[in-house]
Design a protein around this ligand. Structure first.
Ligand code: ADP
Ligand code: ZN
Ligand code: ZN
Length: 814
């Protein structure tokens, strides 16, 4: 093989590779990082393919190798290509997902005097050339940047090129250094012998300095330097206690550089597998035969949907399936939603595979991520656990991919390209590597369930919670019809039922969560009397109310109408009810429950990095009686003192202008219900709504996934929405609203002409319409939706002008 197809780190490379000749004697492998000439620059590239012939007649040579070993495996190379093709992202961006963290660094060009320069005749050189050469021979090397600083950019570049051409100087390249900030931690160092310490402890006890005595005896017991964090945790002493000991000369406090570790194995003791329930056994047996099968077959499929409510023992099945994978000599990756990457989750995995679990998360510094990446690549870990990007970890010899809470929308990358869906990527990776996949969820994505029904995945059910000891039944659910409240003359945000329940619970020193799934920006309007919501006649999605112009807009097709004076359903004049936000809810709660201590948890209140854990911990330690929050609180919490959850208005997510609104509502309510009643005293959930008969609410209240699914899949089919079609969302951004609209209209025109001329009959266009979040960071956004069999294949033939963003399989249209 004399040629290489290289993905080049340049924005102009787009979805293409470029052909380069391999210099004689340079051993190049697929997945290797190289330097290549590109225009007048030297750029980073990754070799995706080796070929006997180049794709073009004139090729240049690869300049050099960056790393001696391949950075991407052959399956990762194929995966990167697939991501670029399917999500229509630049190829190098797809490749970069799998590179070591910090790899995409700037390249520094250095110049060295060539060893031969002394023997050459220098008489023909210009004065400037001699000057540079002298400079170079006086030092090991000089960076091009430094030369540019002293000579000017143009001059420096032409002079170095001249010297290189004459063989007097050579270029070398090095990636800029990774900047790692060391982390310092305070350590306490005992300055006394054990006997001296005992005397001091006795003295302190006599003085009734109990805390100081406690800390000192803890340090004496440990007889090693102890991290302040550990000492504080164990002895419950404040900083002042430590300072007091230090000022008496009994201890020193010193900063020590520590390696940040995602968790310490120190306190984790090994745990043996639990003996499984019948349902778990059956599920595991099927997964095991999938793992053992040479190729996925009908009898032993490779993709499993593990469907079971929270607490039904899914994680235990993952753990044992992973153990079996390891026994077969292979390795695994586990994806969890970012918010679920808690110490408890990590500990559970670490306890089962001591020292063999790598945790990837965004809080690691670049250098640490890099180290972790290297260790994973070397095969140091049996299990890699992390958020969606962990699917790209260089885990060798993959046997099993686990995606916990597979329905979570956070598995889709929406903000930056490639806009990939990690679940979909995992399925593709499994196909490429022969690994098995477990998709786990209490409320599977409707698409996933549909594919399972169709036979693409094997469905495994864990129908009941594992109840090791008594208690923790599913909570009792009450649905309150808000229309009845109004009829009874109750205008408050809280129904009579909810308000009584809150008073009762807080009176018993129990905790309450009030849940309001409100997101910012535009909203729908609702008849305060009968709950009627105006929807688009064409798209059947709720119309969005625009305050500024007092009109209703469909955010899918741009249908517009004036706000009617009276409700079309009940003729009431109170049609313009806009609902409430968390702040207003907090205010109302303060008035209605003056005795209770409130805590609000939403994205406004949790701006800081760890703010939500802080708020959560304050609630857990019972610093407040009522926690008010948005969808964030529905996730991953174990709050034993909570006996009541009030869903203040279930209709908010139900009325998002999105065909997935029903699914979203079902998932959220199910999650909220899963939270309640985890403690010993059982629990109650009260759902307030204007649509008590809505299937998503009914099904969630009955903990009945099948009931929800049957209805939902019917609607999907009827309205030709996924999984019966696929969507692509094209968003255009512009500082002018009118030019943005026009640009979007032109694109629609262009696409519909193309569709007609190619004779495609299974693609349709919806819109353009203003995006639900119409204006963001000073730019207006209009979007178009392309719906049909393979929008991505069609769009790959259309060059996208600047300003456009394409999102394949968008998770939310709102
Ligand atoms: P899920 O992942 O479905 O929420 P978990 O695996 O976390 O469920 O199980 C819920 C609880 O039940 C955990 O505390 C777990 O330790 C326990 N558990 C799971 N399986 C068993 C089992 N076979 N025997 C005893 N306890 C179990
Ligand atoms: Zn009405
Ligand atoms: Zn519409």
């Amino acid at each position: 093989m004399e040629y290489a197809e290289v993905s080049v780190n340049s924005p102009v490379a787009q979805r293409c590779t470029f052909s380069y000749a391999i210099p004689l004697g340079l051993g190049i492998q697929v997945g290797q990082a190289v330097l290549v000439p590109f225009g007048d620059k030297e750029l980073q590239g990754i070799v995706l393919e080796l070929t006997p012939h180049p794709a073009v007649t004139e090729t240049r040579e690869i300049t050099g190798i960056i790393e001696p070993y391949p950075l991407l495996s052959a399956s990762q190379v194929a995966l990167a290509r697939w991501i670029s093709d399917y999500y229509l992202s630049p190829l190098f961006e797809a490749v970069a997902l799998m590179l070591p963290p910090g790899f995409k660094r700037k390249l520094i060009t250095y110049l060295l005097a060539s060893p031969a320069h002394c023997e050459k005749d220098l008489s023909s050189l210009t004065r400037e050339q001699v000057y540079v050469l002298d400079l170079l021979s006086g030092m090991d090397r000089v960076s091009l940047k430094e030369l540019e600083k002293s000579l000017g950019r143009k001059r420096a570049q032409s002079l170095t090129s001249q010297l290189v051409r004459r063989g007097l100087a050579v270029r070398s390249y090095e990636l800029e250094a990774v900047r790692v900030k060391p982390k310092l931690a305070a350590y306490l160092n005992l300055k006394l012998s054990t006997d001296e310490a005992q005397l001091e402890i006795a003295r302190l006890l006599k003085k009734r300095a109990l805390k100081q005595a406690a800390l000192l005896s803890f340090l004496a017991l440990k007889s090693r330097p102890v991290a302040w964090a550990e000492a504080r945790r164990e002895t419950n002493c404040g900083k002042r206690v430590a300072s007091a000991l230090a000022s008496q000369g009994l201890v020193t406090i010193q900063p020590v550089e520590v390696r940040r570790q995602p968790f310490s194995y120190h306190d984790i003791s090994r745990q043996e597998p639990l003996s499984l329930t019948a349902a778990q056994k059956k599920a595991l047996a099927e997964i095991k035969s999938g793992l053992e099968a040479k190729n996925g077959t009908e009898a032993a499929p490779r993709v499993f949907l593990l469907h079971g409510v929270t607490g039904s023992g899914k994680t235990e099945v993952y753990l044992q399936a992973l153990a079996h994978t390891v026994k077969l000599g292979r390795k695994g990756i586990v994806l969890v939603p970012e918010i679920a990457l808690t110490p408890q989750t990590i500990e559970r995995f670490a306890a089962r595979f001591p020292q063999r679990v790598a945790v990837l998360h965004s809080k690691l510094s670049m250098g640490e991520q890099f180290d972790e990446w290297q260790r994973i690549r070397k095969g140091d870990f049996d299990v890699v656990i992390g958020p969606r990007s962990a699917i790209f970890a260089p885990q060798p010899n993959l046997g099993l991919l686990v995606i916990d809470e597979e329905h979570e929308w956070t598995y889709k990358q929406t903000d930056t390209s490639p806009r990939y869906q990690a679940r979909h990527v995992a399925l593709k990776l499994a196909e490429l590597t022969g690994a098995a996949v477990i998709l786990g969820s209490a409320t599977p994505d409707v698409e996933t369930f549909h594919y399972a029904q169709r036979g693409d995945y094997r469905r495994l059910e864990l129908p009941e919670r594992v109840v090791p000891d008594e208690g923790s039944p599913l909570p009792e659910v009450e649905i309150v019809d808000l229309r009845e409240e109004l009829k009874a003359g109750n205008r408050s945000i809280f129904s009579r039922s909810l308000s009584q329940a809150v008073t009762k619970a807080t009176g018993h020193k129990e905790q309450v969560i009030l849940f309001l799934n409100r997101r910012g920006g535009a909203t729908f309007i609702q008849c305060r009397n009968c709950g009627y919501v105006l929807t688009c006649r064409r798209c059947a999605v709720p119309l969005t109310y625009h305050f500024d112009r007092d009109i209703l807009v469909c955010h899918q097709c741009n249908y517009r109408m004036a706000v009617p004076q009276t409700c079309p359903q009940c003729l009431s004049r109170r049609i313009k009810f806009l609902g409430i936000g968390t702040q207003k809810l907090e205010q109302a709660a303060t008035e209605s429950f003056p005795q209770a201590r409130l805590l609000r948890w939403d994205s406004d209140a949790t701006k800081g990095k760890d703010a939500h854990w802080e708020i959560l911990n304050r609630f857990r330690t019972h610093e407040a009686d009522i926690l008010i929050g948005t969808q964030m609180i529905a996730k991953g919490l174990d709050l034993p003192l909570v006996t009541l959850v009030g869903v203040v208005n279930a209709d908010i997510s139900l009325n998002l202008p999105d065909f997935r609104a029903g699914e979203r509502t079902f998932q959220l309510l199910s999650q909220v219900l899963g939270r309640a009643g985890r403690g010993t005293s059982g629990g109650k959930v009260i759902i307030q709504t204007y649509f008590p008969e809505h299937y998503a609410i009914q099904a969630a209240a009955k903990h009945d996934y099948a009931l929800f699914y049957e209805q939902e899949i019917g609607y999907r089919h009827e309205l030709r929405n996924p999984p019966f079609t696929r969507l692509a969302r094209l968003t255009y951004r512009h500082t002018s609203d009118i030019l943005c609209q026009r640009g979007a209209e032109r694109m629609r025109q262009r696409l519909s002409e193309e569709i007609a001329s190619q004779g495609i009959d299974n693609l349709s266009l919806i819109g353009p319409a203003p995006a639900f979040i119409h204006r963001l960071r000073g730019r207006f956004r209009w979007h178009l939706i392309l719906r049909g069999a393979e929008p991505s294949v069609f769009l790959s033939t259309i060059p996208m002008p600047p300003g456009w963003v394409v999102d394949i399989d968008p998770v939310g249209l709102a």
